[in-house]
Design a protein around this ligand. Structure first.
Ligand code: PEP
Length: 253
């Protein structure tokens, strides 16, 4: 049985004053029955870790460098994230692929570094609107999976997030049928490459405008083990009902 995961991506949002949102989340979800993760900007990680020290809410980064250390101005290594108290890192988000020209080979090397540092790697894949309209979605996702996931992946150290680029921050959400098709495809690919044991234990998250109003419907889809949430993770009042919907889905499954 895969434990469900509600993960929040704060992107380039948040100052120290916003850490009160984490305090509120911890208070609202003491004894959570699903895994909880917030990935704030690098500047808030250490303070966020301190706030959540006695709670199950975990803290992660939004990127890391593939090298352990060295002359890479402005970058952060996986070991540095671990040292700051992080447990996870988001890799290959479509905004990083677009803004920083990251390709799947980069993502694979970063994920390997994350594994070596003892971090959970949340590897993002997703098609553009043009790719979906050209009916290339599964080819694109298949290629990203092959190249972005390192051989070091296990169910304990890797999560895959399916995030259609056209649904991120747009208010558009993939339909349950679209999500189910891609998640079943990802599961089959993982089982083929890693065998049934590992392939069935890697958790699959959906991301793309998840909010209170659509969470329950999305969490009912096969092979959806949780969500990677952007905008709706910034405020406790928005994220909390999504967590509750995931807990309800876990109870029902
Ligand atoms: C994301 O940034 O990973 C994301 C899914 O954003 P949003 O929920 O705002 O669409």
């Amino acid at each position: 049985m895969r434990r469900k995961l509600a993960a929040g991506n704060w992107k380039m949002n948040g100052a120290r004053a916003d850490l009160t949102q984490l305090q509120a989340l911890c208070a609202a979800h003491d004894g959570a029955t699903v895994d909880l993760l917030i990935c704030p900007p690098f500047t808030l990680i250490a303070a966020a870790v301190d706030i959540c020290a006695s709670h199950a809410l975990r803290i992660g980064g939004q990127d890391c460098h593939a090298a352990a250390a060295g002359a890479h101005t402005g970058d952060i290594s996986a070991a540095m994230l671990k040292d700051a108290g992080a447990d996870a890192v988001i890799l290959g988000h479509s905004e990083r692929r677009a803004d920083h020209a990251e390709i799947s080979d980069d993502v694979r090397n970063k994920a390997r570094a994350a594994h070596e540092a003892g971090l959970l790697a949340i590897i993002c894949v997703g098609e553009s609107l043009a790719e979906r309209e050209a009916q290339n979605t599964l080819d694109i996702i298949g290629g990203q999976l092959s190249s972005s996931i390192p051989d070091t992946a296990t169910g304990e150290n890797t999560v895959i997030a399916y995030e259609p680029c056209w649904a991120i921050g747009t208010g558009l959400t993939a339909t349950p049928d679209q999500i189910g098709e891609v998640h079943d495809f990802i599961r089959a690919r993982l089982e083929k490459r890693f065998g049934a044991g590992v392939g069935r234990s890697v958790r699959l998250l959906y991301g793309g405008s998840v909010k209170t109003g659509n969470a329950a419907e999305i969490f009912a889809v096969s092979n959806v083990d949780g969500a990677l949430v952007g905008g709706a993770s910034l405020k406790c009042d928005d994220f909390s009902p999504i967590i509750s919907a995931l807990e309800a889905a876990a109870k029902a499954s």
